[in-house]
Design a protein around this ligand. Structure first.
Ligand code: NDP
Ligand code: 8X3
Length: 283
């Protein structure tokens, strides 16, 4: 029997039925066929966000995909045009967020899953040499953009007893030279996730912080201002996390029964570990 529940698995059921097998002839089953659930994925033009969007689309979700690079979103949406809505905006622009939400088509308006993934690191200079404009851009994107969109979507997520997945980082917990504001912004994301859980107690909304280590995406290209050689050098001889690995984590979390909340997942590639404290010696 097919049950039209609100659990995320209903999306997988939807996909299975729509994509394979003969047409259903049982009128009861047709009447009870659930609509696909809707996810809002930020930073869907690249890396984790694109992989997460593709994974959820393959599982039958309806997707709102967001980022600044329109042509990347168009290419992603072309694979599943009927289940994709493009919301192209800079997450630092709160008026653009409001306009995008006001412009959601009716069948994309009920949001079950928010994946706060858009983010970036800029620079690796130690604090005294760091560029203040880069620090501000990281805060505006990784913190202010994330909380603005989250705040705007909370009523819908509460209405749907939805799920929020925030993409934080191991940099939230482990400092490294040059990590300064990037790490600080991710510490915010991790702690904000726990705070949200606390505030949303009793609503049925679930919140997870995903905290990956070294992953090969466009992250280092962006961090180094487009230096492909520097990006290649960082990942050389390493088997880093792949974007698909993180997409699988999101799909798993979104498939869990409604009574379970994964608070946080910290993942590193085997090639990455810890190097301890540094000691400065006088003289
Ligand atoms: P990518 O650079 O590949 O992707 C970053 C995404 O964020 C892009 O889609 C980009 O879209 C979007 N984005 C950046 N700035 C803005 C903005 N102002 N407005 C809207 N969208 C924006 O990197 P990753 O996939 O690696 O990064 C995704 C998340 O994962 C980030 O939050 C990052 O901090 C985190 N992370 C990455 C790790 C890694 O090692 N790669 C490890 C741990 C966490 P566009 O440029 O089109 O706007
Ligand atoms: C990205 C991982 O270790 O480069 O968040 O900061 S790290």
């Amino acid at each position: 029997m097919i049950v039209a529940g609100l659990s995320p698995e209903s999306s997988d059921n939807f996909h299975t039925r729509q994509s394979g097998g003969p047409p259903q002839s049982n009128p009861l089953q047709i009447a009870m066929t659930p609509s696909p659930k809707t996810a809002f994925v930020t930073g869907a033009s690249s890396g984790f966000g694109r992989a997460i969007a593709q994974r959820l689309l393959q599982a039958g979700w309806r997707l709102i995909i967001s980022a600044r690079r329109r042509e990347r979103l168009d290419a992603l949406a072309a694979e599943f045009p009927e289940r994709c809505h493009i919301a192209c905006f800079d997450i630092r622009d709160s008026a653009a967020i409001d306009a995008a939400l006001a412009g959601l088509p009716e069948n994309f308006a009920n949001i079950d899953l928010l994946v706060n993934n858009a983010g970036l690191a800029l620079g690796t200079a130690p604090a005294p040499q760091a560029d203040l404009a880069q620090w501000r851009q990281m805060i505006d994107t990784n913190i202010t953009g994330l909380i603005t969109l989250t705040h705007a979507l909370l009523p819908r997520l509460i209405e749907r007893k939805g799920l929020i997945v925030n993409i934080s980082s191991i940099a939230a917990h482990y400092p490294y030279p040059g990590g300064n504001v990037y790490g600080g912004s991710k510490a915010f994301v991790s702690q904000f996730s726990l705070g949200l859980r606390s505030d949303l107690h009793g609503t049925g909304v679930r919140v997870t912080s995903i905290e990956p280590g070294m992953a090969e995406t466009e992250f280092t290209l962006v961090r180094t201002g487009g230096n492909q050689a520097a990006s290649d050098a960082l990942y050389a001889g390493v088997t880093p996390i792949r974007a698909e690995d993180i997409a699988e984590q999101v799909a798993w979390i979104a498939s869990l029964p409604a009574h379970l909340n994964i608070n946080r997942i910290e993942t590193m590639p085997v090639n990455q570990s810890f190097a301890g404290f540094q000691v400065h010696r006088e003289g």
